[in-house]
Design a protein around this ligand. Structure first.
Ligand SMILES: *Cc1c(COP(=O)(O)O)cnc(C)c1O
Length: 449
């Protein structure tokens, strides 16, 4: 039975972000999950060390979440949001507006983070058309940014490895620098931050009449390698966007819903975006719901007689799906009753301590962390910060070793990702970091020799 399943998986599937040749050599099928662990079809258990790619909050098979879906199923599974609404989508919208930055008063649903960003980009573009400033059509995006994999989201992304091949399909966007302190000339956070802000200001000063919006991940560039922005950067970007009349689109898809120790990461800097995308943790890691938040000012620019043609012509078949919204509602109730955000903030300093134990390894170059969002950058030489040769795929081999040792994650190049479910206890964190440490030691010892 298990053998047949594995053969079928190799024969019929094509997996996301996966070289299928790698999969064929290392097939892996999840059978079930419980708490912060998942079990494969052979019965072996693994810590979910990356929250099933940055989603999971309360662990798997959380009773209350399971129950919320079952109860909704007894009413209806899905009806459309085109021109009408449903009960949980409406209740959830109120809740979401209640927990988001104060100026964000409207929610537009979709099914994935990429769509939520796509929607923000289209809203920003049409906003200027609708208010009679049609020249503002261009976007500014951050170097090494990642906003999802649809063509619009890719156009404002800039991860060379993922995006290069689609160059001819993308619309142009201005690229602004992001402070990557570890690999900056000065290694001083404030200097690095100020240089980047200065460059952004030059760009905006020169081109703001043509610019609709700027897109930026909130506080941490996730896919770029968990690059945490220095204090004052995100708020500096907000200040410049306001000064040059450019909408600020903040991507909270990875960072939202408690991940960094705030409900939304932009709260670390008191930033209020004009548009904000969120997804991932919104359903506790259960179902595909995403959301784009907008200000009342943007909403009003679309509100008019139909014949004025200001309508936002965008939607998806499953927008506002009841099962997803019902579980998202219960997820938010649990955030309150279990005080998740506060607890993550508290546990973050313990996590910081535990992670610092990795510093003694000769190949750990940089440890980056904001809340429960962590990246460990492996280097060949701590002194020179010389990376490992790309062909060695050190990150990939470390994560395979971790899997062997009972923990799942996915690396970003040579950055080992650690994004445990938010309910992980200190003991859980300890056990997971011990696995990480052993895997890094075993693999890098061989690589150095
Ligand atoms: C994951 C992610 C996305 C894309 O979300 P999907 O649901 O995978 O489409 C967008 N932005 C950021 C910052 C992300 O981490």
């Amino acid at each position: 039975m298990t053998y047949e399943l594995i053969e079928k998986s190799k024969k019929y599937l094509w997996l996301p972000f996966t070289q299928m040749k790698d999969y064929d050599e290392q097939p892996f099928i999840v059978e079930s999950g419980e708490g912060i662990k998942v079990k494969d079809i052979h019965g072996k258990e693994y810590y979910d060390g990356f929250s099933s790619v940055w989603l999971n909050v309360h662990g798997h098979r959380k009773k209350e979440l399971d129950e919320a879906i079952k109860q909704q199923l007894d009413k209806i599974a899905h009806s459309t949001l085109l021109g009408m609404t449903n009960v949980p989508a409406t209740e959830l919208a109120e809740k979401l507006v209640g927990i988001s930055p104060e100026n964000l008063t409207r929610v537009f649903y979709s099914d994935s983070g990429a769509e939520a960003m796509e929607i923000a980009l289209k809203m920003a573009f049409q906003y200027w058309q609708n208010i009679g400033k049609p020249r503002k059509q261009k976007f500014v995006s951050m170097r090494n940014g990642y906003h999802g994999d649809t063509i619009g989201a890719v156009s404002v992304g800039s991860i060379e490895l993922f995006h290069h091949v689609y160059g001819p399909l993308m619309f142009d966007s201005f690229k602004a620098p992001i402070p990557y302190v570890y690999r900056s000339k000065s290694s001083d956070p404030a200097t690095c931050r100020d240089e980047c802000l200065r460059e952004l200001e030059q760009l905006l000063a020169e081109h703001h009449n043509d610019i609709a919006a700027l897109s930026i991940e909130s506080m941490v560039q996730g896919a770029a390698g968990m690059i945490v922005m220095p204090e004052g950067f995100l708020s500096g970007v907000r200040r410049l966007c306001t000064q040059y009349d450019v909408l600020m689109i903040v991507d909270e898809v990875a960072t939202g819903f408690g991940r960094t120790g705030k409900m939304f990461a932009c709260e670390h800097e008191g930033v209020q975006p004009d548009l904000m995308a969120a997804g991932k943790g919104i359903t506790g890691g259960y179902l595909p719901i995403a959301v784009t938040f907008a200000t009342e000012q943007i909403y009003e620019a679309f509100y008019d007689d139909y014949t004025k043609l200001k309508t936002f012509f965008h939607g998806h078949s499953y927008t506002g799906n009841q099962l997803g919204c019902a579980v998202a509602l219960e997820n938010l109730r649990l955030f309150e009753s279990e005080n998740i955000v506060h607890t993550v903030a508290e546990k973050s300093s313990e996590l910081n301590q535990l992670l610092s134990g990795l510093n003694e390894l000769p190949c750990v170059g940089d440890i980056r962390q904001l809340g429960f969002m962590c990246g460990i950058e492996l280097v060949q030489s701590k002194q020179t910060k010389q990376p490992f040769p790309a062909n060695g795929r050190i990150g990939y081999h470390v994560s395979l070793k971790m899997r062997e040792l009972g923990m799942l994650t996915r690396p970003l190049g040579d950055v080992i990702v650690f994004m445990p479910p938010l309910v992980s206890t200190k003991e859980d964190l300890q056990a997971m970091i011990a696995i990480m440490k052993q895997a890094i030691m075993e693999v890098t010892n061989v690589a150095i020799r």
